[in-house]
Design a protein around this ligand. Structure first.
Ligand code: CAA
Length: 377
């Protein structure tokens, strides 16, 4: 149950869409490693690509709690589609909404909300993952424009993106100081995808590596204050992490529902598995973890909506929901036994999809760094 009627209706609307339009395609999306264009069109029609973009910029004008609910429900049907929405909204769109000039908002938000441009986030590099501040991509001031050179990787939505939020040093320093953020249109000369990753899970979601070779960025496309780009990245990830927590909980819920169905149907030792206390205890623990994750997700989203600090709570939501999703999907396979290990049953996909939630937008170890830093300051 959600905290009020309005959010219940949003969950029902998202769940209806997820069950009728997304779930039937999930297996195909996983196997063909692509979200069909027709589904992306339906995401746009339902306002899912502009969830928290204000209506004046062509968005749905909803809040972050609604965003988390929608991402959770869509991810329950298909984790690849869930992260497509999540990365586009929280990583590709939110930084413009929060740090952009009025001109940048007017130019890009309507395109992002309408799906004319898909958004992505380019922070990581081959030698700068968890230590994001050590990135080396460089933006040189050429007077009337910036010239961008470097290599970026682990870019969710990289194949579809028309717009990337790119982080680069504008002064050469070994740490996070001197990083600035830029809005980069991906059809600019010198911007090229050099690798599309082949992954264990979320196989329908594209993950790319990109080379930036003398890409000319207009001066007006610098995003946020000069050399405060690391703050832009960290603030963006604070919200993005709630989206990944919601994705993780959607995957966990899908595995949980299947496990419940299976243990009631499957008869061994003359009775359904559900009659065994060892099984009941697993079901109880799964249910508790999912509800606890949901509370952390909704609470951190609420704090964000009312402009209160939420870095700690967002990191806790991501840490707990992702580790729970891994535990729940592992145990869903265990409850389904040999059947669960085969590709005929959906739980193996949930298990494969859950793993990345402990890694991207900050590993579980990074979440613990953020939580401890907040608690000990
Ligand atoms: N909001 C705003 N500013 C913040 C902040 C926050 N939540 N957290 C830190 N900052 C600021 C600090 O105030 C400080 O700035 P000033 O010096 O100007 O005050 C600056 O950032 C540095 O802070 P720290 O000393 O805490 O930074 P650090 O270098 O020790 O790094 C870290 C800390 C938590 C490990 C950080 O590097 C981090 O989050 N790393 C993980 C990066 C990550 O999540 N990468 C995923 C990329 S996206 C992805 O996965 C792909 C995708 O497409 C989905």
């Amino acid at each position: 149950m959600d905290i009020n009627k309005e959010y219940e209706e949003i969950r029902e609307m998202a769940a209806r869409f997820a069950d009728s339009e997304v779930a039937p395609l999930a297996d195909k999306i996983d196997k063909e490693k692509k979200i069909p264009q027709e589904l992306i069109v339906k995401l746009v029609e339902n306002g899912f690509l502009g969830i928290f973009v204000p209506e004046e910029y062509g968005g749905s004008g909803m809040d972050y709690v609604s965003y988390a609910i929608i991402v959770e429900e869509i991810s329950r049907a298909c984790a690849s589609t869930g992260v497509f929405i999540s990365a586009h909204c929280s990583l590709g769109t939110w930084p413009i909404l929060n740090f952009g000039t009025e001109e940048q908002k007017k130019k890009y938000l309507p395109k992002l909300a309408s799906g004319e441009m898909i958004g992505c986030f380019s922070l990581s590099e081959p030698n700068a993952g968890s230590d994001a501040g050590s990135l080396t991509t460089f933006a040189e001031d050429k007077g009337d424009h910036w010239e961008l050179n470097g290599v970026k990787n682990w870019i969710t939505n990289g194949s579809e993106a028309g717009l990337a939020i790119v982080f680069a040093k504008t002064t050469k320093t070994p740490n996070y100081k001197g990083i600035s953020a830029f809005i980069v249109e991906t059809d600019l000369p010198g911007y090229s995808i050099i690798k599309v990753e082949d992954k264990l899970g979320i196989r329908g979601s594209s993950t790319t590596q990109v080379a930036l070779d003398k890409v000319k960025i207009p001066k007006e496309n610098q995003l946020g204050p000069h050399e405060k780009g690391f703050r832009v990245a960290m603030a963006t990830l604070d919200g993005g992490r709630i989206g990944i927590a919601a994705q993780a909980n959607g995957i966990a819920e899908a595995a949980f529902r299947y496990a419940k169905y299976y243990v009631k149907e499957r008869v061994q030792f003359g009775k359904p598995l559900a009659d065994l206390q060892a099984v009941q205890f697993k079901i109880a623990d799964m249910s508790t973890r999912i509800n606890a994750s949901r509370h952390l997700i909704l609470y951190s989203s609420y704090l964000k909506d009312v402009d209160r600090p939420y870095s700690l709570e967002g990191a806790q939501a991501k840490l707990f929901a992702s580790e729970s999703a891994m535990w729940i999907t592992t145990n869903a396979i265990q409850l389904c036994g040999g059947n669960g290990f085969t590709t005929e049953y959906p739980v193996e996909r949930y298990f494969r999809d859950a793993k990345i939630t402990e890694i991207y937008e900050g590993t579980s170890e990074v979440q613990r760094i953020v939580i401890a830093a907040n608690e000990l300051k």
